[in-house]
Ligand binder design. Structure first.
Ligand code: BEZ
Ligand code: FE
Length: 291
């Protein structure tokens, strides 16, 4: 709708102006922008009273679905409408060299065990995998003692914490780079999985004829003193959902190939791996922290 009737435009202008004296200038900018855009949205779609009430019910249900621990339906909502990736893009405008970021997701758990170089973080079955690489600074120099906090789902597509059958530390852990900046993570092959659909976000996806799947990935939070913390994933390069990730998180630079390796591969003996496995290699590049 192009021409907003004068009485409606007046309500919108009054609501924006009501926040004009907000002492914190950033809060003023954010709240006034939010009110202005929400009013413009309601005018554009000519929101009915029933739709307004349905929206209130939807947001109320979304809040009720949050448990303060593992389930965060509001983050899920932000993710499926692309807002999380937009905020990520605004806050990580491309640098020449640093590894690209992607969505954090709601399933990170802090305080997971420190794991040694090459330690296996999988306590549930799956196809054996080894992920190796380095953490580098923007100049290409290796960073020793960087921390890589890693998490992924089990083969059933669920994270520990979501799934009471899994040990709490399953497929989670904090690895460190060695003196030459190298890391090695023993795990199982990541699988594609659906995000939770038993709440209002699932209803929204269904009503919109959208699938709930994320392509197979491994989550990383990479930290080193003096550097900006990197939150990203590595995606299996051949996953069928790469082009339709329900949360819009895929970037080409984050796709990795897991090469099939025989049991006699040199790294099998280094890391005590029995049988065949898959090997992925990736170097993460951290930006310098801006003061
Ligand atoms: C995840 O990858 O863990 C995730 C990200 C966004 C929404 C749901 C799950
Ligand atoms: Fe995930």
């Amino acid at each position: 709708m192009n021409n907003i009737p004068a009485n409606e435009a007046k309500i919108s202008a009054q609501a924006v102006a009501a926040f004009a004296s907000t002492p914190n200038p950033r809060l003023r900018q954010v709240v006034q922008g939010l009110v202005r855009h929400l009013h413009a949205f309601a005018s554009e779609v000519e929101l009915t009273e029933e739709e307004w009430l349905e929206g209130i019910r939807f947001l109320t249900d979304t809040g009720r679905m949050c448990d303060g621990a593992v389930r965060q339906e509001f983050i899920l909502l932000s993710d499926v409408i692309g807002l999380s990736m937009l905020v990520d893009a605004i806050n990580h405008r491309a640098t020449e060299t640093a590894t690209e970021t992607t969505v954090f997701g709601p399933f990170y758990i802090a305080g997971m065990p420190e794991r040694s170089h090459g330690e296996n973080m999988a306590f549930t079955p799956g196809d054996q995998a080894l992920v190796v690489g380095r953490v580098l600074d923007a100049g290409g120099e290796p960073i020793a003692n960087a921390v890589l906090d890693v998490w992924q789902t089990a083969e059933n597509g669920m994270y520990s914490g979501q799934d009471p059958e899994q040990p709490p530390t399953n497929l989670r852990g904090r690895y460190r780079t060695d003196a030459t900046g190298h890391f090695a993570i023993r795990t199982i092959m990541p699988v594609s999985y659906p995000i939770p659909t038993d709440g209002p976000v699932g209803r929204l996806l269904q009503a919109s004829d959208r699938h709930p799947w994320r392509p197979a990935h491994l989550h990383f939070m990479v930290m080193a003193p003096g550097h900006r913390t990197l939150v990203t994933h590595l995606f299996n390069h051949d996953d069928p959902y790469l082009d339709s990730d329900v949360v819009f998180g895929v970037k080409d630079s984050l796709k990795v190939v897991y090469q099939p390796c025989q049991a006699n591969h040199a790294l099998a003996s280094v890391h005590d791996i029995n049988g065949t496995f898959r090997l992925a290699s990736y170097d993460f590049v951290l930006e310098r922290e801006t003061p």
